[in-house]
Design a protein around this ligand. Structure first.
Ligand SMILES: NC(=O)c1ccc[n+]([C@@H]2O[C@H](COP(=O)([O-])OP(=O)(O)OC[C@H]3O[C@@H](n4cnc5c(N)ncnc54)[C@H](O)[C@@H]3O)[C@@H](O)[C@H]2O)c1
Length: 253
């Protein structure tokens, strides 16, 4: 590794599993100091990941739907490492079901975890980045921001909201040299995808359909971590308010 994030302090939400864990690992290997959060239910996996990566990586339990947990994660990163210059809003959930099946609570939870969380994390981070002279905020959106999957309309709507929120924040904070981008993965083989499949009436048929939609097949968490690394680094200094498609070609189909 070549130290592409040397000197950076990164906060990554939902870092215990899948894409988040790949980003924690890659960012640390590239020289960043990383604080990552996740739910208490992921504590064992998260602590083991942090232990394997050494002193530059710290885990804190934190629910991204809780303002106090978000504020606490940011203040802990400041105390231990200094002000964050990279924030990755990665934590997410995918609630399956059409509008007739979804409860109001499901709908609210989908938007709280995927969208409100971006606001709750950006709120304490933006003033710190402004004071530090800039930073990079990476919001993990999805191909679902562009493709109208019929199985999970609330998820699709939440990711479209993350995309547009990223655009608005990117324009708003450009003068502060705070870049905000939406990284839009295709289908990536993670626990989230496996859980999505398990809720389908015919998981094999859905998996075949998903494969057929991706000219390059399914992606890996490392594919997304590589793109996030570029957005976190100064190599992307002229990129803001933009979607970055890392989807094996799905959105071109
Ligand atoms: N896997 C895919 O195909 C895919 C495609 C496009 C976008 N994404 C997005 O990528 C991101 C990561 O997904 P993944 O596939 O790695 O899933 P994953 O389930 O493997 O990891 C998500 C992590 O977020 C954590 N999380 C969930 N709710 C949380 C909360 N309230 N507070 C804190 N942490 C919470 C989970 O505990 C988990 O560790 C999500 O935003 C997801 O929507 C995934």
């Amino acid at each position: 590794m070549s130290g592409r994030l040397h000197g950076k302090v990164a906060i990554i939400t939902g870092g215990a599993s899948g894409i988040g864990a790949a980003m924690v690992t890659r960012f640390a290997a590239e020289g960043a100091r990383v604080l990552f959060t996740d739910l208490a239910s992921q504590q064992t996996a998260a602590e083991s990941l942090a232990r394997n990566l050494g002193n530059a990586v710290i885990f804190r339990v934190g629910d991204v739907t809780s303002a106090s947990d978000c504020n606490h994660a940011v203040s802990t990163a400041c105390e231990l490492f200094g002000p964050p210059t990279v924030l990755v809003n990665n934590a997410g959930t995918a609630i399956v079901g059409g509008v007739e099946e979804l409860s109001e609570d499901d709908w609210d939870r989908q938007f709280d975890v995927n969208v409100k969380s971006v606001y709750l994390m950006c709120r304490p981070v933006v003033p710190l980045m402004r004071k530090a002279g800039g930073g990079s905020i990476i919001n993990i959106a999805s191909e679902s921001a562009f493709i109208a999957f019929p199985m999970h309309p609330a998820y699709c709507a939440s990711k479209a909201a993350v995309l547009h929120l990223s655009r608005s924040l990117g324009v708003r904070y450009a003068a502060d040299r705070i870049r905000v981008n939406a990284l839009c993965p295709g289908t990536i083989d993670t626990p989230l995808y496996r859980s999505f499949l398990s809720k389908q009436a015919d998981p094999d048929a859905v998996h075949k359909m998903v494969l057929a939609m991706h000219p390059l097949g399914l992606g890996t968490p490392e594919d997304i971590a590589s793109a996030a690394l570029y957005l976190a680094s100064d190599e992307s200094r002229y990129v803001t308010a933009a979607p970055m498609h890392v989807d094996g070609g799905s959105t071109a189909m």
